[in-house]
Design a protein around this ligand. Structure first.
Ligand code: NAD
Length: 323
């Protein structure tokens, strides 16, 4: 395939680019480097065409899409801090940006993988969230929910591009994907805790630390992106992608301390100080990935301690490089 990866210089995007090149595909990256970095593609710089521009720029998007048969759409404003602090800009990227990518893809391409998020389930704290489960979102006036609202509408637009125009759209909902190259700078919990531990700083947990999440290694997720978009049975459907080992944030911090050999301490920061007054979080979020397993054999294989060790090695290298 000749694939366009929007957001390809980001954390997940750069791993996807390497995976696609490894399979022998041609890859074009479109990224405005707002949270991504050219360094993320350093190992494959000679093999990939990188367009430095925004999905919101019609001309750039048109040129990047033409000649590609497949689009992997990952470009987005991500991270709770970004969404809460820059709400309008985030909405433009996550809503209007996706609309523009879908329009361009339906003119030029055969299929598109739309990277949504487990955030669409909002506060639904069910044991194991299935793709057809209800979404429970807080007030639209709480900026925290604007990411989930935008991703939900993205899914709707993607679905209707498949139904009405025949574009082969697959929707994926990743749950807490982690691994090398993910920065802690935008509020992602694991790299943030690891960076604090490696710097000998206290580890900060928001709220009481009882929130439960399932982490999944990026290397387990990106092969599912390519398998799903190439499988016509997946078109028009949404797929959860995530791990199954559930852990509280308190326990995660303890495991980070153990793996990094740091002494802590762990301190708690109230949500309204960490984000904004009235901030709402979800108590737990754990995926049911049966649908992806049955169709393409998806399984999260990497254990949490191995993930933490890989993140710690990567963050240590990044911090050394920044000195
Ligand atoms: P990331 O910030 O590393 O990647 C996003 C990339 O998009 C960055 O390289 C950024 O520069 C680029 N970008 C942003 N706005 C753009 C624009 N207007 N034009 C072109 N490029 C733009 O974050 P990530 O974690 O790799 O996220 C990738 C995708 O996966 C996003 O769509 C995100 O919503 C989704 N996702 C991530 C997770 C996770 O756990 N990391 C979970 C669920 C969903």
């Amino acid at each position: 395939m000749r694939a366009l990866v929007t957001g390809g210089a980001g954390f997940i995007g750069s791993h996807l680019v390497e995976h696609l090149l490894g399979l022998g595909h041609e890859v074009v990256v479109l990224d405005d480097l707002s949270t991504g970095s050219a360094d993320n593609l350093a190992a494959v710089a000679d093999a990939v065409t990188v367009v430095d521009g925004s999905i919101l720029d019609e001309d750039v998007l048109e040129r990047a899409t033409a000649g590609c048969d497949t689009v992997f759409h990952l470009a987005a404003a991500v991270g709770v801090h970004t969404i809460v602090n820059r709400p309008m800009e985030s909405l433009r990227r996550n809503l209007l940006g996706t609309q523009a990518v879908l329009e361009a893809a339906r003119r030029h391409c055969r299929r598109l993988l739309l990277v949504s998020s487990s955030e669409v389930y909002g506060k639904n704290a069910k044991d194991s969230l299935g793709e057809d489960d209800d979404r429970i979102l807080g007030s639209p006036l709480k900026s925290r929910w604007s990411y989930a609202a935008a991703k939900g509408l993205d899914e709707l637009m993607g679905y209707w591009c498949w139904r009405e125009y025949g574009l082969g759209v697959v929707i994926v909902r990743p749950f807490n994907v982690v691994g090398p190259r993910q920065s802690g700078a935008f509020g992602m919990v694991l790299p943030h805790l690891v960076e604090q531990a490696l710097s000998g700083l206290p580890l900060t947990l928001y709220g009481d630390g009882s929130q439960r999440r399932c982490f999944c290694a990026v290397g387990d997720v990106v092969p599912a992106f390519t398998a799903l978009v190439q499988d016509e049975r997946a078109h028009g459907q949404a797929f959860n992608l995530g791990g199954t080992e559930e852990v509280t944030m308190r326990r995660l911090a303890e495991r980070v301390l153990r793996v990094t050999g740091s002494a802590g301490p762990v301190v708690h920061v109230p949500y309204d100080r960490a984000y904004e007054p009235g901030f709402e979080d979800m108590a737990r979020r754990c995926p049911d990935t049966t649908r992806a397993r049955e169709l393409i054999g998806f399984r999260a294989r990497t254990g949490l301690d191995d993930i933490i060790a890989a993140v710690a090695a990567d963050r240590a290298r990044a911090m050394e490089g920044a000195r």
